[in-house]
Design a binder for this molecule. Sequence first.
Ligand code: PEP
Ligand code: MG
Length: 321
Amino acid sequence: EQTAALGTFNGTGTTSDGHLVPLLANVGSGKDARAAAAAGAEGVGLLRTEFCFLDRETEPSGEEQASAYREVFDAFPGRKVVVRTLDAGADKPLPFLTDASEPNPALGVRGYRTGTVSPGVLTRQLQAIARAAADTEAEVWVMAPMISTAAEAKSFGEMCLAEGLDQPGVMVEVPSAALTSEAILQHVGFASLGTNDLTQYTMAADRQLGQLATLNDSWQPAVLQLIKLTVAGAESAAAGTAEAKPVGVCGEAAADPALAVVLVGLGVQTLSMSARSLPTVAAVLASVTRTEAQELAALALAAPTADLGRTAVRERLPILE
Ligand code: PEP
Ligand code: MG
């Protein structure tokens, strides 16, 4: 019976008391997007555009880009699709953007920062996204990876608006962005926590080194504190304005069902993950009330270690036994 409960997803993420938590998919191609739609994803929370062009030696043309993005949009008519601008560098080098000689690529010119050395690439990408968005029924949002300051968020927001993309947001995956989310969200409409990088940078532990897996764990209370601060900053930024400033998670943490409950308890509004994780996350979420999720979040935050937090929360989720 339990396997059945964990094996289905009816297309609406919700806690047992009816608090809606849209469950979205992380995709890297039109093919992924169609599979995600078939699995019941409510939209796309992260389109990793660099995945469309990983093997390219040269910048893809505007038309090639637009057609790759259009394929994803077409899988989600009437639904939200969050396009992330190129996140080149470190674990995702792109030959036409990445300087392979950097001594510390994870701390180098990667993500949004590539726009400072090659501003044309970002502009042309935004134009291609806008072109693809113009002839689709998907609701297209755009976000920048590796934002570190409010000034960067402001510049990115302005660039998007100049191309007619009216839903700009940022990824929060650098601790400085988590700590200044209120200032950042004065300039853009939403934030998406990239917990893979946020964990790597908070713990100073390379996400690619299995040896450091104990440190590189999104259950680390320090990471959860930064997530809580990000949400609090977003609430302050939204207070007194008519706009909501939603905060989602699109890192692997969202695919860990017990951690997904904790994230909802911390005030995260949407969860985006690989499509195969949707059924289990949906089932575990549906086994708790929002208040219970908040209690479990408090437990994880107060835990002395990542492992103890994970164990304490899992013990209180009988569906996972
Ligand atoms: C993240 O860092 O959590 C994220 C979603 O982005 P990526 O894994 O592509 O760096
Ligand atoms: Mg990242």
